[in-house]
Design a protein around this ligand. Structure first.
Ligand SMILES: [Zn+2]
Ligand SMILES: [Zn+2]
Length: 304
């Protein structure tokens, strides 16, 4: 089941629901045939709108403990250890796999943070959906699949994920023609200049402009990773690759060719979480593979 999801990539809730064969409701959903539990940690938002019911739970990652604070299910009155909460409590004993997805922006996609286990369970007082104090069950989750990458970077990761596009439409164009087109589009983007903005809404607008160059780059580098040269693997619909901003998009606001690389999922994770010396090695590999491209120098080259 976790083969369907790549660590630190973002998925639509409906996509997760379908792939895992889940019901429509709840933060904790169970697939009994697969003995699989899926946890959704939604962005906190206590101001519901007509098309969004908000989220009363204030969940967070406790970096000192290295554990994720996850509030159990139950919108009103005291929560009890029943239904989903019971399944989660008993997951270890029942040998249930628990997949964890986290959302950062209300209505946004959810990041796959891998498999988790419940380290222990506590009680605390939180407000319920009616604003009344009540007892909730808190599960302290340990991430099994890998350490949590810091929250601030989640927005970059979401953007990197969101610019996945389907390069198949360009498959008949030669590499030379693609190179020409990439240079042209990249120049246009550079000429328009970075659009500085703060809100996520502005980011959404910008994604759309990115799509064109990302599609071109993915078609151009559809065979292997620009860093480690591993072959991109084939999927049912094409080739799987990821695009990464060398200088984080939210810092540079720059989508030109010099700031974007088409890489494998492994290298992408390394670019986001490896140590600086490790990342410097990757960058050296990249520049030696493509001596003619003047890639932007990320901050880890300078060292901190
Ligand atoms: Zn790679
Ligand atoms: Zn990235």
């Amino acid at each position: 089941m976790n083969d369907y999801f790549v660590l630190n990539r973002f998925y639509e809730r409906e996509e997760i629901r379908q792939k895992c064969g889940l019901g429509f409701w709840g933060g904790i959903r169970f697939n009994s045939a697969q003995n699989l539990l899926v946890l959704f940690s939604n962005a906190h938002d206590d101001r519901p709108t007509s098309d969004y019911h908000g989220n009363i739970y204030k969940d967070y990652y406790d970096s000192a403990a290295g554990l994720f604070h996850y509030t159990g299910e139950g919108q009103k009155r005291d929560q009890t250890v029943s239904h989903g909460n019971k399944r989660l409590r008993d997951a270890k004993v029942d040998d249930t796999r628990v997949l964890f997805f986290r959302q950062y922006i209300p209505k946004g996609k959810l990041e796959y943070l891998g498999l988790v286990s419940v380290e222990y369970q506590t009680k605390e007082i939180q407000k319920d959906a009616d604003g009344k104090n009540r007892n909730v069950v808190v599960f302290w989750l340990k991430l099994i699949s890998g350490p949590l990458i810091n929250d601030e970077e989640a927005i970059y990761r979401e953007i990197d994920s969101d610019i996945e596009t389907d390069p198949r439409s360009l498959s008949r164009i030669s590499k030379a023609e693609l190179d020409e087109e990439i240079t042209k589009v990249s120049k246009q983007i550079a000429k328009q200049g970075p659009k500085i903005g703060k809100s996520v809404l502005k980011a959404k607008v910008r994604y759309q402009r990115l799509a064109k160059i990302v599609t071109l780059l993915k078609a151009r580098f559809d065979d292997k990773c620009q860093v480690c040269s591993a072959d991109h693997f084939k999927t049912k619909t094409g080739v799987y690759s990821e695009v990464h901003h060398l200088i984080p998009w939210s810092v540079s606001w720059d989508d030109t060719q010099e700031n974007l690389v088409v890489i494998c999922a492994n290298c992408h994770r390394k670019f986001h979480r490896a140590t600086d010396p490790e990342r410097r090695k990757m960058f050296e590999q990249l520049t030696s593979n493509f001596p003619n491209v003047k890639f932007y120098a990320p901050s880890f080259l300078i060292g901190t």
